[in-house]
Design a protein around this ligand. Structure first.
Ligand code: PGA
Length: 244
């Protein structure tokens, strides 16, 4: 199963989201071999999910709270995200790790609640430029994947997104053999540490219509997490066409 995930971040209002989602869903369809998932803002999700014309589209949230219920002003829980109709949640994106100081302890709480809510997680890992330059990418990722999954976590509901932080929104990507080497490392880590074989891995960071074909050609890559290029229907559709 191949996946293409659109991370719209905090870029679109309700009208633009509706128009983009409608355009995309008219042109591309999910099938048993490949699927696309849209991650709009929470404020637009409620409207999009209710649209009859979008009922074939898979939606997810860009984050959820580390708390389950109660006096947590401004938070939205994993259960609430599920109640909205989301099938997926993105966790551990580098922008949240940086801007919201999300560490393994916080992410473990979120993973626990998402697991309890039985929704699927797209979990982001990836190194900063300094780690990349010092050849510490694998060590960084090993730490990001340690002591973060709760006991009894259902790994069947997990997808990993490898996103080198320095490649996000920068029109830069690692070399293809580097992406292959990291994804191979992640697959092996899951198999050794968690007895999970063939964990799905997406690549993210400046995926566009020029590089998607080469990225999807890589043996250990099962799709992509796309930011900037997912904001234009024509580009996202073209990238989906190269996914096989
Ligand atoms: P980008 O963003 O495609 O704009 O680099 C990817 C992401 O942040 O998930």
């Amino acid at each position: 199963m191949k996946l293409l995930v659109a991370n719209w971040k905090m870029n679109l209002g309700i009208k633009e989201s509706l128009s983009l989602a409608s355009h995309i869903s008219r042109k591309i369809k999910n099938n048993k071999n490949k699927k696309f998932i849209l991650l709009p803002t929470l404020h637009t999700l409620a409207t999009l999910i209710k649209q009859k014309s979008l009922n074939e589209v898979l939606f997810g949230a860009q984050d959820c709270s580390q708390f389950d219920i109660g006096a947590y002003t401004g938070e939205v829980s994993a259960d609430m995200i599920k109640e909205m109709g989301c099938k997926y949640v993105l966790l551990g994106h580098s922008e949240r790790r940086k801007n919201n100081h999300e560490n393994n302890k916080v992410l473990r709480k979120k993973l626990t609640l998402v697991n309890n809510a039985s929704i699927k997680t797209i979990f982001c890992v990836g190194e900063e430029l300094i780690a990349y330059n010092n050849k510490n990418s694998k060590e960084t990722i090993r730490k990001q994947l340690s002591n973060v999954f709760p006991e009894e976590f259902d790994f069947k509901k997990l997808v990993i997104a490898y996103e080198p932080v320095w490649a996000i929104g920068k029109n830069k990507t690692p070399k293809m053999h580097e992406i292959e080497s990291i994804s191979n490392f992640i697959k092996k880590l899951f198999s050794k540490k968690y007895a999970v074989s063939n964990i799905p891995i997406l690549y993210g960071g400046s995926v566009n219509t020029n590089n998607s074909k080469d990225i999807f050609f890589l043996k250990n890559i099962d799709g992509a997490l796309v930011g900037g290029a997912s904001l234009k229907a024509s580009e996202f559709i073209k990238i989906y066409d190269t996914l096989n």
